[in-house]
Design a protein around this ligand. Structure first.
Ligand code: ATR
Length: 278
């Protein structure tokens, strides 16, 4: 049997187990997906222990995505982002066909693919687009690199302006500023909310509605609630809206494909997720 899982703290309400197990069931894979909640001080032991026990792959979430970077051999994108959310152990299949030169677990960042695949899935061409990313934490970093690599010109706006400027310095061609630079959305075609604003707070939005318009495609990384105030106001302005379940789904699809080397049953995984979201 193959064992995959999620390492984070807390992970109690994660939707990844039903999403991945729906895929195993559909493809007839003998596999399980379980959650692990180590104390932060035990992270290195947990990763080494997972490896020793023959666990095939782990997703990594808050608060471990940065710390785990030092415990794995990160691929170039994860290294640039500075965060790993997917680990492949041992000889588990790698979707890119690469073979490791040693036994160090391989680290990936599939949040980036989650962003680009969410836009692709909605027929938005990122190449040559003008993108604003709100937020410069882990999700903002993944989104900024993903969009730039897909050919967007990226502006990062963050409450703490210095963090946006630091991130922009790492991303080719990007600019950064404080929330006063959100007016750049007026000229943008792509907008990503990578802050936590709106999470469990349906009346809050990171972006003044006056900046939203009909030439935008808006991805909100927040998925609780699934319909955020930002997405409601974006739809009212005539924008294409992409909810946070797409990003959650498609980062999971990317991890599934890295681990198993198989095409993920995306619609089944999508249904398993959406059944559990309101
Ligand atoms: P994640 O890994 O999910 O991105 P994070 O690293 O804690 O989480 O980042 C949270 C992001 O949400 C940051 O960009 C944060 O802004 P700061 O860098 O200024 O802290 C942003 N954020 C959180 N609460 C916010 C609020 N009330 N208004 C604006 N931005 C907020």
């Amino acid at each position: 049997m193959h064992v995959y899982g999620l390492v984070g703290n807390p992970v109690g309400h994660s939707l990844s187990p039903p999403m991945h197990e729906a895929a195993y069931e559909t493809l007839g894979l003998d596999a399980r997906y379980v959650t692990f909640e180590p104390e932060p001080s035990a992270l290195a032991d947990a990763i080494a222990g997972a490896d020793a026990l023959g666990i095939d792959g782990l997703n990594v979430t808050i608060p471990f995505k940065q710390d785990v970077l030092e415990l794995v051999d990160p691929d170039p994108l994860a290294d640039r982002i500075g965060a790993v959310n997917t680990i492949a152990f041992g000889d588990s299949a790698s979707g890119d066909g690469s073979t490791s030169t040693d036994n160090t677990p391989k680290g990936y960042n599939t949040d980036a693919a989650g962003v680009t695949r969410a836009f692709e899935r909605h027929d938005i061409d990122l190449d040559g687009s003008n993108a604003v990313v709100v937020g410069a934490g882990g999700a903002g970093r993944a989104a900024a690199f993903a969009l730039a690599d897909a050919g967007s010109s990226v502006h990062v706006a963050n409450r703490t302006a210095a963090k946006a400027v630091d991130l922009a310095n790492d991303v080719p061609g990007a600019t950064g500023g404080g929330l006063d630079s959100l007016d750049r959305i007026r000229d943008a075609t792509v907008l990503v909310n990578a802050t936590s604003v709106g999470m469990e707070a349906p009346d809050e939005t990171p972006v003044p509605a006056e900046y939203l318009h009909g030439d935008l495609a808006v991805l909100d990384a927040v998925y609780t609630p699934i319909e955020t105030r930002l997405l409601r106001e974006a739809a009212d302005a005539g924008a294409v809206t992409i909810d946070g379940a797409w990003m959650l789904l498609l980062q999971g699809v990317e991890a599934f494909e890295l681990w198993t080397g198989r095409d993920a049953p995306v619609e089944v995984m999508n249904a398993a997720l959406r059944d559990r979201l309101t």
